[in-house]
Design a protein around this ligand. Structure first.
Ligand code: MG
Length: 251
């Protein structure tokens, strides 16, 4: 708690100090009066809805930001949700993303049908390569690294926070794209995220692209589309928005 008038406030009108230690790895003093304040972004009135700087990928009415290969997105819109049409194929964003914050809501089919990987299966492929699993994992055993919110084939979620089929659920995902320098990877992709508000991944380092029964090898890509998986089930999504996190990618 500052009880005295900061020096710089008297000089510049902006609160802070210039007579304090430098913060390691930065050019800034502790409480530096010249350090730029964070930009202002208006949050949504309702938690979970897109903030002012988000790219809204699906608002319940419009699939124009998505495609099915050469065609427009073949999934259907029903009651404000986009529903997978089995055997129509995956849908992907037209835009490509690197580091992102992603909010997405999903519901698996009722009544539940099938077992293990056959029940409510879909998936969110980050950069088109790294699958964050979508599955009905409510009282539905499957292999640990394949349940809802698993990073498929690599990391089980820290907890199973699944709601019953038919109920809307949230994923909030922070994804950091891999880094390359002179053709060599210097940092893998990292994922942190929440399922229905519970932490399920805490800075997990992906070993490579996710696959069924294997682990892929990193390519040199640093951006890619967000791709939603058609796994033959009528899983549905709503309220999808994304915030690019690198300054040069931000809106
Ligand atoms: Mg899947």
């Amino acid at each position: 708690m500052a009880l005295t008038l900061p020096l710089a406030a008297a000089e510049t009108g902006h609160p802070g100090y210039k007579d304090t230690p430098i913060i390691p790895g930065t050019q800034w003093h502790v409480h530096d009066s010249d350090r730029p304040e964070p930009r202002v972004v208006a949050p949504a009135k309702e938690i979970g809805k897109p903030p002012a700087d988000a790219i809204v990928l699906f608002d319940g009415t419009d699939l124009s930001k998505w495609h099915s290969g050469k065609d427009d997105a073949k999934w259907k819109i029903e009651d404000g949700a986009v529903v997978c049409v089995p055997k129509s194929g995956d849908i992907a964003t037209r835009e490509e993303f690197g580091d992102i914050q992603l909010h997405i809501e999903f519901a698996t089919p009722v009544p539940p049908a099938g077992h293990s990987q056959e029940r409510g299966n879909s998936g969110i492929h980050l950069m088109g390569q790294f699958e964050w699993q979508v599955l009905d994992s409510f009282e539905n055993p499957t292999y640990a690294d394949g349940g809802a919110a698993a990073l498929y084939g690599q990391y089980p979620p820290l907890v199973n926070a699944s709601r019953p089929p038919g109920e809307w659920q949230t994923y909030d995902i922070i994804f950091t794209a891999p880094r390359f320098k002179d053709g060599e990877m210097i940092a893998p992709a990292y994922v942190t995220g929440f399922h229905n508000g519970l932490l399920v991944h805490n800075h997990d380092a992906l070993h490579g692209p996710t696959n069924h029964r294997s682990i892929g090898k990193y390519n040199k890509a640093t951006k890619g589309p967000i791709r939603l998986q058609d796994h033959g089930n009528t899983t549905k999504y709503r309220n999808i928005w994304v915030r690019p996190l690198k300054a040069e990618d931000a809106q």
